[in-house]
Structures are given as C-alpha cells and as structure tokens.
Design a protein around this ligand. Structure first.
Ligand code: PRX
Length: 654
C-alpha cells in the first residue's frame, strides 16, 4: 500500500451559512446522522420506505432486497413501474406548463419545452419507435448531440421498455461499431451533424462508416434528426428522418409497465482491459438513486433552475440531465455547445441569462475557464446561484477556491460528488445543509451508502493510510451486470478477497472527521478531462497501426485535463534517428488514435524506444514509465529488469 500514501494536507473547512441550513432538505448534521442510523438499523426497510415514498409504482413491490444470488442483487423485484411515467406523466397534474428544458444551442438560440410538451414529444417519438417494431428489451443506440431530442430519445426508449445505449458524439466509427455489435442494437438514433464551437461535425457519416464495417445485421433502422440540413448519404431500406417518423404519431403512448429490475440502459465505459464494458442499470433502483441524490445532494427545490453541463453520452448526463431532474419536475438547462465559445464567459452568461440556481460541472472545465478567463465571472450577474457541484475527478484545492470565491461569491456550498458509471448516482458527497465542506474532499457517504476503505486483504483500515475504496452493502442504483458478460462483472467488482464488497477501483483515505479523499485509480484507467479511458484501449489502438510493434500508455498530471496521456511506442522498423521524422510519425500516431477511439483519447506525448522496460517474465514496468513521463528520478530497484539500459533511452527520447 506504500504507493497510495496521501500527500494532501488541506485544513480549510467551510460551514454552510445559517440561511442555507435553514432551508435545506436535510438540515444539520443530526438530520444526516438520523438517516444514516435508520439505514443501519433496518437496511432493507430503509430502502423500501424510500422507494415507496419516492417512486410511483404501477404494482407495489413486496420485497426490498434479494441477495440470494450475490453479487447479482435484485431490488424491489416484484414491483412494476415505468421510468418515463415517473419523469413526465406524474407532473401533468401540477406542473404541466412548467418549463422542463431550457435549451440553448451553439449559436445562442434558446428554446423551451414545458412538461406537457415534453410528455407529448416523448410519447410521439415512442410511438414512432413502436411503428418500426421496436419494443421492450430491444437495444437502441443513441448517437446524438446535446439536444432536447437526445432527452426525448432516451425517455421514449424508457417509455416502451427498450434499452438505450448512448454513445458520446465524440467517439469514432470504430468505437461506435464496437458498442452497436456488443449490444446487438436494432436501431441507431443519430443526427446529420452536430454543432460545437461554431463548427459542424458529422454524425450520420460516422454511423454509416460503423455500419459498413460489418457485423451490424441486427440494425434495421437508422433514425436521423436534421440538425445542420446538410446533404447526407441515404440508405433507403434503413434510414428514416426523425421528423418523418415523429410527425404523424399521436401524442399519447401508454407506458410499458416493466419490472423494477428491467434494464433501463447500458452505458459503455472503460475498464482495465481493451474492451469497453457495457454497464447495465436497472429501472427502479437506478431512478431512486438519481432522485434521492437530487433531493439530498443538490438540495433540490421546485423553484430551482438546475444545470448539469455533462453530455448525455456520459453517466452524469443520464442521471442529472435525462432522468433525475425530470423525475423531480425541475426546470433544467440543456446546452449544445462548449464552455469556451464564443469565449470563456459562456457558462457565466448562461447562468445569468437563465437565472441558474444549481450549477454542476467538471473540474477540467473549471481549470480551463480559470486559465482562459479567471476574471470573467465578475462581468456577469451570478447572484441566482445557490449551489455549485463538481464531478468526474478530484478537484485541486486552488480550482476549488476559485470556484467557491469567484463563481459562488463565497455564498454557495460546493458539492464534490464521488460516484461512477457503475454506481448510477452519487455515493460520497456533501449534503450541503448538513455538513461543512473541505476543498478537495467529497466528504461523507450518502445515508445508506456503506462506503469504507480496506487493504489488499479486504480488511478495513481505520487510520489515515490510504486503501481501496469499497461499498460494503449492495445499494439500489448500482450496476446489475456487464452486458453479456456476468463473469467479468463478478471479477471486476467483487473479487474474492474483498468479502463481497463492491470494489470501486479507486484509492482513498479518510481524515480525522471521517471525510473521504479520493486519491486516484488503482487500475489501468486514466481520467482525462474527467473521461475514463483504459490504457489498454489506447495501446490496442496504437498496435493496430501497421507501423507499431508494441505500445505502453501511462498517465501524467496535466494542468487542465487532470491527466494527460503519454504513449511509449516501439516501431516495427528501426527507431527514427532524425528528430523531424520522429515528430512526424508521432503526429501521425496521435491522429490515428484520435480517429480510432475519438479525439478524447489522443495522446499528448509519444516517445519512441527500441524496447519497453520489462521484467524477465515479460511484464511491462509501468511504474517506471510513469516516473520517466513525470521526469522523476527512478529510485526503485530495477534489478529485475530484463533490459535496464532502455530506461536511459526512454528518458531522452522524443
Ligand atoms: O476515479 C473516480 C473518478 O471518476 C471515476 C468514475 O468515472 P466515470 O465512471 O466516468 O464516472 C464519472 C462521473 C460520475 C471514479 O472511479 N471520480 C468521479 N467523481 C470523482 C472522482 N474522483 C474524485 N472526486 C470525484 N468527485
């Protein structure tokens, strides 16, 4: 455990104002502790009560948690409901005319839809899907830009019991193909193009390329939303315009009532091996997690204007754009573009224009906005804000302080939310009216989340030492399995030595107040701009290039992105001696990775060597590669290395 000692010593503590505490949904530490105690005393009963109070059931459940086939847990299994009904229909009586979505496009055009309109659109599109023969249990890949339509598409799938799998619009044809074939999707919903930062980027041509790769015979429909109006290639038997499918449909669609455990969606994410994992979520447990965290962590009020800046291609955009806010009946902002267009004041202008009260973004965005316009927030009226949040990676205390003082004007608590694609909703995060916050700490687990820190043997560590972050008991919003690969699910998250605990894949430590501090991943997963990328995935992409014999990828701290990507590459031919030639090949390989996986995976640096540092048994010593990437002296024993001389070569390589 020597490699996960904490070096951070942050001592600042920020109490919520008396005013905030007074109005909070969970007000004061005692109220938080009372909830935790209730969970400890009767764990299944605690969750059953919350599930009954929070969700609308078509058929009530009789049993809360079934652990008989661990780790394939089941929650509220004999209950029936529909997620889209819980997000839309339930609001029609009291807030039909309330704005559900304020959409702002790349060029600043604003359009709004009420709950009544959204309900109508979702129903219409759901009927459209049904008219193509799509129904319960079918997989639908969604490859759309941030838009009202993306939310409509997800909700429409939920309405008819189809299982969506959203693929981030920045992923390549190969990544898309991998996801379509793994899920055996019957339909792909896309747009002709997406607009970001004044630029148009194609989407439909990428879908065409993915489908042309072969193995996608399961796809019988490609539904295309017209965003740019550009001409696109058309496959008559397969393609249909969104408006043609949608316009003729009635605005009523009876929801498909499904069992609580019916899969709501699959979302692919990176793991330690090359192949992305299809994280499968449930219906009831997932929605319960999204709603409770809206209430507890975002302290949600009916008067809030909520804005989560995440793309629906990531889990954050599922739980805190497509589902959580709608289930709560919130008015939320959905933004098509990037925070730096037309300038780095865009977020702050939008907060001002739409009177946003709750703003949730990623540390990488905060860092880049500090760099590009640290004083810009002062030019806007940010007085509507009452709560700020972060997600996706640790936030460094300097960025936290800027967010707190310059954006929040010292008035707004910051909820630093730790969770994962697999957990579905927040796990460790402040309840902002209950507990003081500390810059860089995600504070304490949500009531009922039994988070802890253990050593390699799965035994709890109680002092300040680092260890593996685990969750000791199953919880409703957790991953149910990996699509098509239950064994990988069991092995990845419930390894034998962990006594049945959920192993998150992060290291962490706790301070004297019991606050959690996340220290980083324990596996070969990088967090680049908050996005999860497996080193193996990038390595596989590199070795697929005809020039490359071998590759090893490591992370390196990066000022804006949090973590940057350094790739060590052994070419099939000899290592280029001319630096210009090296640079040229490096550039080609960087572009190759960008094209193979997507621009987010483009290495920042490529170094060529005649070989890689390996043990005699052939294992690549990544720790050494990490040290070299960081320009650190190598202090550890290298006597087990097959080829110690390679270290000097890699140190000096470009
Ligand atoms: O390493 C942790 C980091 O992001 C990982 C989960 O990534 P992903 O599944 O892509 O989900 C991101 C959005 C929930 C975690 O294992 N992470 C997430 N939130 C935080 C974090 N690290 C530190 N602090 C956080 N608040």
């Amino acid at each position: 455990m020597s490699n996960i000692e904490s070096v951070l010593n942050e001592v600042r503590v920020f109490e919520p104002s008396a005013e905030f505490v007074k109005q909070a949904n969970v007000s004061g530490m005692q109220a938080y502790q009372a909830l935790c105690k209730a969970a400890e005393q009767d764990y299944p009963g605690y969750w059953a009560n919350l599930a009954r109070e929070t969700l609308q059931w078509k058929k009530p459940f009789t049993k809360s948690l079934d652990e008989s086939n661990a780790p394939f847990f089941k929650w509220f299994e004999d209950g029936e409901l529909n997620v889209s009904y819980n997000c839309l229909d339930i609001h029609l009586a009291e807030r039909a005319e309330k704005t559900a979505i304020i959409f702002e496009s790349d060029d600043g055009k604003v359009s709004k839809v009420s709950y009544r309109e959204l309900h109508g659109r979702v129903s219409q599109f759901a009927n459209g899907l049904k008219s193509r023969g799509i129904g319960k249990g079918d997989r639908v890949v969604i490859y759309l830009p941030m838009s009202i339509e993306a939310v409509v598409a997800m909700q429409a799938c939920a309405r008819i019991g189809a299982i969506h799998s959203v693929v981030f619009g920045g992923f390549s044809a190969k990544s898309l193909h991998e996801r379509i074939t793994d899920a055996k999707a019957c339909a792909v919903i896309t747009a002709d193009a997406q607009m970001r930062g004044g630029k148009q980027m194609p989407l439909k041509p990428i879908v065409d390329e993915a489908l042309a790769t072969g193995g996608c015979e399961s796809v019988h429909s490609v539904i295309v939303y017209r965003r740019s109006g550009n001409n696109v290639e058309w496959n008559d038997g397969l393609d249909i315009w969104w408006h043609d499918l949608f316009n003729s449909q009635p605005t009523h669609c009876e929801p498909e009532w499904v069992g609580a455990e019916h899969p709501l969606f699959i979302l692919y994410t990176s793991g330690s091996t090359g192949r992305p994992k299809g994280v499968q979520h449930s219906s009831a447990g997932y929605l319960l997690g999204a709603m409770l965290s809206m209430k507890w962590v975002f302290d949600y009020k009916d008067s809030d204007i909520f804005w989560c800046t995440a793309d629906v291609g990531w889990v954050t955009g599922h739980s805190y754009v497509a589902y959580g806010p709608l289930a709560m009946g919130a008015t939320q902002v959905v933004f098509e573009s990037v925070p730096t267009y037309p300038d780095a004041g865009r977020f702050w202008k939008m907060v001002q224009d739409h009177k946003v009260t709750t703003f949730y973004t990623a540390p990488t965005a905060i860092r880049s906005l500090i760099k590009l316009g640290g004083e810009l927030p002062k030019q806007y009226d940010l007085s509507s804000l009452r709560l700020l949040g972060t997600v996706g990676e640790p936030i460094n205390p300097e960025a936290w302080m800027w967010y707190y003082n310059t954006v929040g004007q010292g008035r707004c608590p910051i909820v630093d939310t730790w969770w994962q694609t697999e957990t579905g909703s927040h796990m460790i995060a402040p309840l902002p009216g209950a507990m003081p916050i500390k810059p860089g700490s995600c504070t304490l687990p949500l009531p009922g989340i039994m988070a802890s820190i253990v050593n390699e043997a799965g035994d709890e560590v109680h002092d300040q030492h680092g260890g593996f972050l685990v969750i000791k008991r199953p919880f409703p919003s957790q991953i149910r399995t990996i699509w098509g690969d239950p064994e990988r699910y069991r092995k990845s998250y419930f390894p034998e030595e962990m006594h049945g605990y959920y192993l998150a894949g992060d290291s962490a430590h706790r301070d004297d107040d019991g606050y959690f501090w996340i220290m980083g991943r324990i596996d070969d997963v990088l967090k680049v701009s908050g996005h999860r990328l497996g080193t193996m995935e990038i390595e596989s992409a590199l070795v697929a290039n005809p020039l490359v014999a071998e590759a090893a990828v490591v992370g390196k701290p990066h000022e804006i992105k949090g973590e940057g990507i350094v790739a060590y590459v052994v070419l099939k031919g000899s290592r280029p001696s001319d630096p210009n030639k090296s640079r040229e090949i490096a550039e080609d390989l960087r572009n190759w990775v960008s094209k193979t996986i997507g621009p987010i995976a483009k290495p920042d640096e490529i170094r060529f060597g005649d070989n890689l540092p390996k043990t005699r048994s052939g294992k690549i010593m990544r720790r050494l590669l990490r040290a070299i990437a960081n320009g650190e002296e190598i202090s550890q024993d290298v006597s087990t290395l097959e080829n110690p001389a390679i270290l000097d070569q890699l140190k000096n390589a470009i």
